[in-house]
Design a protein around this ligand. Structure first.
Ligand code: KG4
Ligand code: ZN
Length: 360
């Protein structure tokens, strides 16, 4: 039997809605972002994000339901009643104003249509992008294979660097996370230092692409790999940011070539730590699959390093296409399908501080 979920995601500056069948088949995927509106402030302004959520939420949900409408003037509620089995919603962690818009909208839709609600943890949802059917970039034309358990799952985004052991959909254990800055934050802060404004990780990646490995080794820029040898599965990236600042201040001139080399080394340092610690967790727990997700998983160098490290093994690597790495509602629907619990609308509330340390 086919299960169809309408999912809504509003935890930060993206307003997203999607319809997904059986957690794997995407019927629609709509994302509106207020990212550009925050540029002039040098970071996300929660009030601006929340206001844009209010503006976008109904049009985004309406568009996500379009493929299921049987006539153009049909109301979204009528479409949900006929075509959807449950409504999934991100209930945290995230910005309270943004979360409230999605949660209250989902509760209202649930009340009006009689469909159950499935609350979903945003960080856990990131890893479920790996379960959605997509073309793999390893062998073009092939679909992603099934995730074999136990799996090690690394979620790397702007706010999170979390490592999990996934024994099954219902047995998830948090192994460690960042004790200060997240990997995405390290990309974003160092990008600003290098003069890339709010371009963040994608700007560092673009600059790094202009440098070859051989040339970079000759640049003599040596950045630390924080906590790479530490026994725990925790991460720390604030020291890297300080090292980049010192390196920058020690140089009198910041020629474009130097900036590109520094960008390359920043990407190498972050990538090395993420790959090394994830693979150590994989080995320790004899995991059969590695899952990589979250905005930073869109980084080509990180994806390539994981592919290369696991190429000659029986371990399968699962990385969503870049559009499903950053915030979206497809992942919310997949998480709801595989690991969610249906409940009544009155039991769901927004939890900005919702814990990601599951199974502790
Ligand atoms: O998952 P996401 O869209 O939002 C959060 O939940 O945080 O992740 C956004 C983060 C930002 O820090 C951004 O700089 C980073 O993902 N990011 C990248 C790349 N694309 C996005 N970092 C490195 N390389 C990329 N290509
Ligand atoms: Zn996210």
């Amino acid at each position: 039997m086919t299960t169809r979920i309408l999912a809504i995601e509003t935890s930060c500056d993206e307003t997203a809605a999607a319809v997904v069948e059986n957690g794997t088949t995407i019927i629609s995927n709509v994302v509106a972002s207020s990212h550009d509106m925050h540029k002039k402030y040098g970071g996300i302004v929660p009030e601006v994000a929340a206001r844009e959520q209010v503006r976008s939420i109904i049009p985004v949900i309406t568009e996500a339901l379009e493929p299921l409408q049987n006539r153009t003037a049909e109301s979204p509620n009528a479409t949900i009643k006929r075509e959807v089995d449950a409504i999934a919603i991100t209930h945290g962690p995230g910005l309270i104003g943004s979360l409230l818009v999605g949660v209250e909208t989902a509760k209202t839709l649930s009340l009006l249509t009689g469909k159950p609600l499935i609350p979903v943890n945003h960080v856990v949802a990131h890893m479920y992008a790996c379960f959605v059917t997509h073309e793999t970039n390893q062998k073009p034309g092939t679909k992603n294979q099934k995730v074999a358990f136990p799996a090690i799952s690394l979620v790397v985004s702007g706010g999170h660097t979390e490592l999990y052991l996934m024994r099954s959909h219902t047995d998830l254990e948090w192994l460690g996370g960042t004790i200060d800055d997240a990997a995405g934050e390290a990309f974003d802060k160092t990008a600003r230092l290098l003069g890339f404004g709010n371009g963040g990780g994608p700007a560092i990646e673009r600059a790094a692409l202009t440098v070859s490995r051989v040339k970079s080794q000759a640049s003599n820029i040596a950045l630390p790999r924080p906590m790479i040898r530490d026994e725990s599965f925790n991460f720390s990236f604030s020291g890297l940011k300080t090292a980049v600042l010192r390196e920058w201040q020690a140089q009198k001139k910041h020629a474009p070539q130097y900036i590109a080399h520094l960008a390359y080394e920043i990407q190498e340092a972050i990538t090395d730590v993420l790959v090394h610690k994830t693979l150590r967790a994989r080995k320790l727990h004899a995991a059969q699959s590695v899952l990589l997700s979250g905005g930073v998983a869109a980084n080509t160098r990180l994806r390539d390093q994981f592919h290369t490290s696991l190429a000659d093994s029986d371990i399968s690597l699962h990385v969503p296409p870049p559009a499903l790495c950053t915030d979206n509602a497809v992942s919310i629907a997949a998480a709801a399908h595989f690991a969610g619990t249906k409940t009544v609308w009155s039991r769901v509330t927004a939890h900005p501080e919702l814990s990601v340390e599951i199974g502790q």
